[in-house]
Design a binder for this molecule. Structure first.
Ligand code: NDP
Ligand code: BG6
Length: 484
């Protein structure tokens, strides 16, 4: 399959936290693939910035290791690797003090010609504010673009405060708040499915859709991120950003144009139309769980942090009133599986006699990972003479398989970093979206805290806590099974 390579202009990408996990696992490998595809201009530089005392060669060695560890052998071309590594520079800078900023300025001013300047904050969230202030104080923010990792704040007020700090140094048109789920191929395919086909739009509403399930299930636990995760929990780590963004793309009205502010305006309307949940209503519309063994991993024996959350969200619009959106995410579950399932209403009248069970409703399954693709589940007649038996038949589109074996599914970061250089904010969150998401999430967390209840325990490798199953069965529905 051929894909179009859109060249980008010369750029300097400064990665604060260039020595960290995200940089090594995602950013450096993603940039390597773009270089291998010929998309990076000759002048482009990648400048690592962290406290560790490294020189240019030391950082190139780190980048080489990142490529060896995270780029498949059949995609590693020795010539491209050398060309790629020659782009790397390094500045030692402890952003907590003022000493290292001049070195960064000297490095940036040594550029061979005019170029786009991007600062990527791949550091812990407590450093977002100090780095933005440092850039501003040292005159480096002017005209530059800023990429901010998640989490943006811990709640609405802290997100607003951080956004104020950012806004004092960077105009919103130069701020790129990353939600890497928006860079996933199938998430963009959801947009294509909805807005490049006439087929679904007439059915995409409460009259025809019974309910929507959005699942992001992980089989791994919190691993090395216990201390961060224990302060966040599944609600702040996953629901406030990734799951609500998926909900927005599923539920939003067609934007007048596939352009940053038009798309973000429509997503914002969805967030603002979410029925507020607080107090008893929040408790009834949610379930929380914590897997056995979590407290040890998080190094907090008294932890009340949820590693699983399920929620019923309702959108108060003409299109969606009466169609619940069920959200579910958790760690250490039966399988790693992310999907959006749109279940349509049953046929209004059953004409086939003698069926053993009611006909299954049609469902559209958008698989984000693994095995990216889309399945439409329809009912067909079982072949054979005599009688009229039915079965559910999947109309299956697997994107990986369709694209052929030579094709590689690009990682979300690969696209997003280059979108920043291209100046395309469509797949990034605007300030008001982030704050609207917190405005929905905060009262739910407050209700949990006020209840004094602890999250329900669940077994690693299971489908999550009983409370989540109960939440749906009370409404005569079932979660889709988490099949690996
Ligand atoms: P790491 O802890 O692995 O890396 C943190 C980086 O920050 C290191 O390079 C560290 O280098 C640098 N750093 C720490 N303190 C300072 C300082 N005072 N001055 C300059 N640099 C400093 O974190 P991750 O890479 O995992 O995460 C980075 C960000 O990305 C976080 O906000 C995280 O929430 C987010 N994120 C990460 C994901 C992942 O998969 N890892 C996924 C989604 C989001 P040094 O010690 O040399 O200073
Ligand atoms: C991150 C969360 O944003 O997304 C992690 O902080 C989570 O806790 C990760 O594991 C999941 O991303 P992906 O792309 O592996 O589904």
């Amino acid at each position: 399959m051929s894909h179009r390579i859109i060249p980008v202009d010369p750029f300097d990408l400064v990665i604060f936290g260039g020595t960290g996990d995200l940089s090594r696992r995602k950013l450096i490998p993603g940039l390597y693939h773009r270089d291998a595809d010929g998309q990076l201009p000759e002048e482009a530089r990648i400048i690592g910035c962290a406290r560790t005392d490294l020189d240019r060669e030391g950082f190139r060695a780190l980048a080489r290791q990142a490529v060896m560890d995270h780029v498949a052998a059949d995609h590693r071309d020795p010539q491209v690797v050398e060309r790629f590594l020659a782009r790397f520079e390094y500045v030692t800078n402890d952003v907590a003090d003022d000493a290292g900023w001049d070195a960064l300025r000297v490095m940036l001013e040594a550029a061979s010609g005019p170029r786009i300047r991007v600062f990527y904050l791949s550091v812990g969230p407590s450093l977002f504010g100090p780095i933005v202030e440092g850039l501003h104080r040292h005159g480096l923010s002017q005209g530059a673009r800023l990429v901010v990792e998640k989490p943006i704040g811990h709640d609405g007020p802290s997100a607003a405060a951080l956004n104020d700090t950012i806004g004092a140094a960077f105009d919103e048109s130069r701020v790129y708040r990353i939600d890497h789920y928006l860079g996933k191929e199938t998430v963009q395919n959801l947009v294509a499915l909805r807005f490049a086909n006439a087929l679904f739009e007439p059915l995409w509403n409460a009259r025809h859709v019974d309910h929507v399930q959005i699942t992001v299930a992980e089989s791994l636990g919190v691993e090395q991120r216990g201390p961060y995760y224990d302060r966040a929990g599944a609600m702040r780590d996953m629901v406030q950003n990734h799951l609500l963004q998926l909900l927005c793309l599923t539920a939003m009205e067609p934007p007048h144009h596939f352009e940053a502010n038009a798309v973000r305006d429509e997503k914002l309307k969805v967030l603002r139309a979410l029925k507020p949940l607080s107090g008893h209503e929040a408790l009834a519309a949610s379930a929380r769980g914590q897997y056995h063994g979590y407290a040890d991993e998080a190094q907090n024996p008294d932890s009340r942090t949820e590693s699983f959350v399920a929620l019923k969200a309702e959108i108060g619009t003409w299109r969606w009133a009466g169609t619940p959106f069920y959200l579910r995410t958790g760690k250490k579950l039966r399988a790693r599986l992310s999907e959006i399932v749109v279940t349509f209403r049953r046929t209004p009248h059953q004409i086939f006699p003698d069926l053993d069970a009611p006909l299954a409703p049609n469902a559209l399954i958008i698989r984000l990972q693994p095995d990216e693709g889309i399945t439409l589940s329809i009912t067909t007649k079982d072949p054979g003479p005599g009688g009229f038996r039915m079965r559910e038949t999947p109309l299956d589109m697997s994107f990986g398989a369709r694209a052929g074996t030579a094709w590689r599914m690009p990682d979300a970061y690969e696209r997003l970093v280059l979108d920043v250089v291209r100046g395309n904010q469509t797949l990034f969150m605007r300030r008001d979206e982030v704050e609207a998401a917190w405005a929905w999430v905060d009262p739910i967390i407050a209700a949990w805290e006020a209840s004094g209840a602890t999250p329900e325990a669940y077994d690693p490798g299971s489908d999550g806590p009983y409370g989540a199953l109960d939440m749906l069965s009370r409404e005569g529905r079932r979660w889709r099974v988490l099949t690996p």
